[in-house]
Design a protein. Structure first.
Length: 273
């Protein structure tokens, strides 16, 4: 079974952006999580279910699901007949397009590329050649400071949650290869509006990551900003939401970790560009 999984995971190199070497399963799972967090998949519960079913088979080494199994598990069609109902084939083409679009936009610099076989219902995974080439060409160390995220909820009791987001972002970035992150103790002194050029000089970093947290109804919204410490110009900004479906467990730690991983991944990708 393990041999079958390795073979199928390694088949992804039909596209030039993918290197035909089997990535560790943990990296594949991380990429699966990133794809499910992408806006296009968050907007479509059905596509997320479809992708999750195939992704589970990919990481477990199981055989790809049949059309009948997909129809029942994803589309709730328990009396499915492929001869008269094309829904699985139609939605499979849509899923292929969504994965292709993700790999060319949000996931362009992800370490792993996940694609869907042109025929059948199997996912393939391989290393992204673009990130490997850029990392091998880059010799200068990258450096960053994560400043305390600002509480814009107008509720002082939420400061602990905001600090938790900052801590999780810091922890996620410290796990990025070839990235130097200023210590939390050093960066925490810069709470409130600051000139990022001064922050860069005092902490000896090339970039500064700032952010804010808002909570409205059932949605947690975190906005992150990455600035060049040399000139103070903003080089990247993005908003990250955690909706009710991601807070179903009512676990603040899980929400903080989910948001932090997405922010760290996007910041790393921008620093690598």
């Amino acid at each position: 079974m393990e041999k079958k999984r390795v073979t199928r995971l390694s088949e992804a190199a039909r596209e030039s952006a993918t290197i035909p070497i089997f990535p560790p399963v943990e990296m594949v799972r991380e990429e699966i999580g990133a794809i499910l967090s992408a806006a296009s998949f968050r907007r479509s519960r059905r596509m997320s279910r479809f992708f999750s079913l195939l992704a589970d088979r990919l990481t477990s080494g199981g055989t790809p699901p049949s059309e009948k199994e997909i129809a029942s598990c994803v589309f709730d069609k328990f009396d499915f007949d492929a001869r008269v109902d094309p829904i699985v084939r139609v939605e499979a083409r849509r899923l292929r397009r969504m994965l292709d679009a993700y790999s060319k936009t949000e996931g362009e610099l992800d370490s792993v590329v996940i694609s869907m076989s042109p025929r059948g219902y199997a996912l393939n995974a391989g290393y992204n050649s673009k990130t490997r080439e850029s990392s091998s060409d880059s010799s200068a160390p990258r450096s960053l400071a994560v400043l305390p995220f600002v509480n814009l909820t107008h509720d002082p009791s939420r400061r602990g949650f905001c600090d938790g987001v900052t801590e999780e972002v810091f922890a996620a970035l410290t796990r990025v290869d070839d990235l130097k992150v200023a210590s939390r103790t050093s960066a925490s002194q810069f709470r409130g509006p600051r000139d990022v050029r001064m922050v860069g000089q005092e902490l000896g970093v090339g970039a500064v990551l700032e952010g804010s947290v808002r909570i409205e109804n059932d949605t947690v919204r975190v906005t992150a900003h990455l600035s060049n410490a040399a000139d103070g110009f903003n080089v990247w900004s993005e908003t990250f939401d955690a909706g009710p479906e991601q807070q179903a467990s009512d676990d603040a730690f899980a929400v903080q970790e989910t948001l932090a991983k997405r922010i760290a991944k996007s910041a790393d990708r921008k620093l690598s560009a």
